[in-house]
Design a protein around this ligand. Structure first.
Ligand code: SF4
Length: 100
């Protein structure tokens, strides 16, 4: 599967804990990466400074859905589902969003 042109959802919805050029503390969830350039393309694609987690995230039907809105919903759910929760509490989201 190829990336959807102009999407950038996976460079916006998830948090990234490793340093990114221009974001030395990483990136909070829901904030576009500072390296997201024109056409929602990565300015540092192929460079060693690009976080390893970026290369590990590959497009898929489940993640990308039918449009950017669905991708943002799924990625936001995944961010919440994998966030550490306080002892004794359930994760904030335990089921993926329904894609209409
Ligand atoms: S470094 Fe590039 S691939 Fe990684 S989140 Fe930023 S724009 Fe996206």
């Amino acid at each position: 599967m190829e990336c959807r042109p102009g999407c950038g959802a996976c460079c916006t919805a998830p948090s990234i804990s490793s340093p990114i050029p221009g974001m030395p503390q990483g990136k909070p969830a829901g904030v576009p990466c500072v390296q997201l350039g024109a056409g929602a393309r990565c300015r540092i694609f192929g460079h060693p400074e690009r976080p390893a987690v970026c290369a590990s995230l590959q497009p898929s039907q489940a993640m990308c859905g039918a449009n950017r809105t669905q991708a943002m919903q799924w990625l936001t759910w995944m961010e919440q589902a994998t966030a550490p929760s306080p002892p004794g509490e359930s994760p904030a989201a335990d089921k993926p969003p329904r894609m209409a």
